[in-house]
Design a protein around this ligand. Structure first.
Ligand code: LMR
Length: 396
C-alpha cells in the first residue's frame, strides 16, 4: 500500500534548515526559519528557563500521565498572561486554556474544534499569511479564503481593503489574525485599527481567531496582547492559539496553548470536553516538560521578572538590527528603499525580491531565505550584515 506514495517536497521553511546545514561556505547565512539568534548566531536557553528546568528536575517525582489538560498551572498562567489578570471574561469564567504541542498544535486543535462546531465554516486568513496556516485549516477539512492585508508596493497594511472584505463577513465566518509581529510581513494594525477591527467583529458577528506566536516581540508583553484582550472584552466568542516557542525560546519542547472564550461559563466547560475528546483521538495527552518549565517561571515573581527582561532584550536586539540594517543598506548606496524595515516589527520582513534574486542569493552567496524573500531579521549580527548587504547589492 505504501508504495503508492511518492515523495513530496520538503516544507519550504523547514527545508532551509537542512540546505543551510549542508552548505560548506563559511559565510553562509540562514535567514529562513523564525528562530531568535543572539550576536554570536546562537539560540541560547533563557536564564529563567535554565533555572526553572533545574527546579523541575529536582522536584519532579513521577512521569505518570497528567491527563488531557496537561499542566493545569501552566494553563491558568497562560490564560492570565494572554487575557490579563483583570480580564472580565476570565472573571466571568468564560475562558478555558488547554496546553497543546506548540503553537501549531494549538492551531490544529482550534481548527478541529471549529470543524466540530460548524463543519461548513469558512476561515479567512490574511494575504499573505504563515505558510502553515494554508495547510492546517484545509487539513482539518475547513474551507479557507483570504482577505487583503499587505501592500507590496508601500510595504504597509491595506487596512481599508481589509475592512471592506471583513465588512461582508458574519456568523459562520472565522477570521484569523496575527496578534503581533505578523508572519511573514512584519506589519500589524495599530491600536486604533485594532479597535475598529474589534468593533467590526462585534457588529458583524464573525468569530475572531488569533495566532499569538510572538507575544512580547513587537512592543511589549502587555502591548502585544491588545488585540486578544479587546476581542475577549467585546466578542462573545474568541479562539486563541498561543506559543511559547519564541518568547520562552523553548522551541523543541513544543509549548503552546489553545484558549477559548465562550458566551457562558457552562459553554466553556462543555467546549473543554470537546477539546479533550479531539486531542485524545490525536495525541492523547500533551507533553509536559516544557509547560512544566513555563509554569514554574510564571509562578515565581523573580523568574517572571527575569523572563520579562529577557523578552525585552530579544525584542530590543531585533528592533536595533532593523535600524542598523536599513541604515547600512542606505549607506551602501542601494537605491531601492528599505526604510520600511524600521517601521515593521518582529522577526520577519519581506525583502521584495524576485524568486530569481532569491535563488541567486542562495546559489551564489549561500544566503538562504524562503522563495517569498521573507527574512528573519534576528539572524543578523555584526559579523554577517556587511556580507549580506554586498550580496544583496549584487543581486539587485
Ligand atoms: C517560521 O515561520 O519560520 C516559524 O513560525 C517556524 C515554523 O515552524 O515555520
Amino acid at each position: 500500500m505504501l508504495d503508492r506514495l511518492s515523495a513530496v517536497p520538503p516544507d519550504p521553511i523547514l527545508g532551509i534548515i537542512s540546505a543551510h546545514a549542508a552548505d560548506p561556505n563559511p559565510n553562509k547565512i540562514d535567514l529562513g526559519i523564525g528562530v531568535y539568534k543572539d550576536e554570536h548566531g546562537d539560540t541560547p536557553i533563557l536564564e529563567c528557563v535554565r533555572r526553572a528546568e533545574q527546579i523541575l528536575d529536582s522536584t519532579q517525582t513521577s512521569k505518570t500521565y497528567l491527563g488531557p489538560p496537561g499542566v493545569t498551572g501552566f494553563n491558568s498562567a497562560i490564560g492570565e498572561l494572554i487575557f490579563g489578570s483583570d480580564s472580565a471574561a476570565l472573571k466571568d469564567d468564560r475562558v478555558r486554556t488547554i496546553q497543546t504541542p506548540g503553537g501549531t498544535g494549538a492551531l490544529r486543535v482550534g481548527a478541529d474544534l471549529l470543524k466540530e462546531a460548524q463543519p461548513d465554516a469558512t476561515v479567512w486568513v490574511s494575504d499573505p499569511t504563515w505558510a502553515n496556516h494554508n495547510a492546517i485549516f484545509p487539513a482539518a477539512g475547513l474551507e479557507m479564503k483570504v482577505y487583503p492585508y499587505f501592500d507590496q508596493d508601500s510595504n504597509d497594511l491595506r487596512f481599508d481593503e481589509m475592512m471592506n472584505t471583513l465588512q461582508d463577513r458574519g456568523p459562520g465566518d472565522v477570521v484569523l489574525f496575527h496578534a503581533c509581529c505578523h508572519n511573514p510581513c512584519g506589519v500589524s494594525p495599530d491600536p486604533e485599527q485594532w479597535e475598529a477591527i474589534t468593533d467590526l467583529a462585534t457588529a458583524r458577528g464573525f468569530l475572531p481567531m488569533v495566532d499569538m506566536a510572538y507575544l512580547g516581540f513587537e512592543r511589549g508583553i502587555e502591548e502585544d496582547a491588545l488585540s486578544v484582550r479587546r476581542f475577549a472584552e467585546k466578542c462573545p466568542e474568541v479562539l486563541v492559539a498561543s506559543s511559547c516557542s519564541k518568547n520562552f525560546a523553548v522551541y523543541r519542547e513544543r509549548v503552546g496553548a489553545v484558549s477559548v472564550v465562550c458566551h457562558s461559563a457552562q459553554n466553556a466547560s462543555d467546549v473543554v470536553t470537546v477539546i479533550n475528546s479531539l486531542t485524545r483521538k490525536n495525541y492523547s495527552m500533551p507533553p509536559t516538560h516544557g509547560t512544566g518549565i513555563v509554569d514554574i517561571v510564571l509562578h515565581d515573581d523573580e523568574l517572571t521578572q527575569l523572563w520579562r527582561r529577557e523578552v525585552d532584550g530579544m525584542r530590543n536586539r531585533i528592533n536595533g538590527l532593523r535600524k542598523i540594517l536599513s541604515d547600512k543598506i542606505e549607506a551602501a548606496g542601494i537605491e531601492k528603499d528599505f526604510s520600511f524595515l524600521q517601521r515593521q516589527s518582529g522577526m520577519f520582513s519581506f525583502l521584495g525580491l524576485s524568486v530569481e534574486q532569491v535563488r541567486r542569493l542562495r546559489e551564489e552567496f549561500s544566503i538562504y531565505t524562503v522563495d517569498s524573500a521573507r527574512i528573519n531579521v534576528a539572524s543578523f549580527n555584526e559579523g554577517n550584515m556587511d556580507y549580506f548587504i554586498e550580496s544583496l547589492k549584487s543581486v539587485l
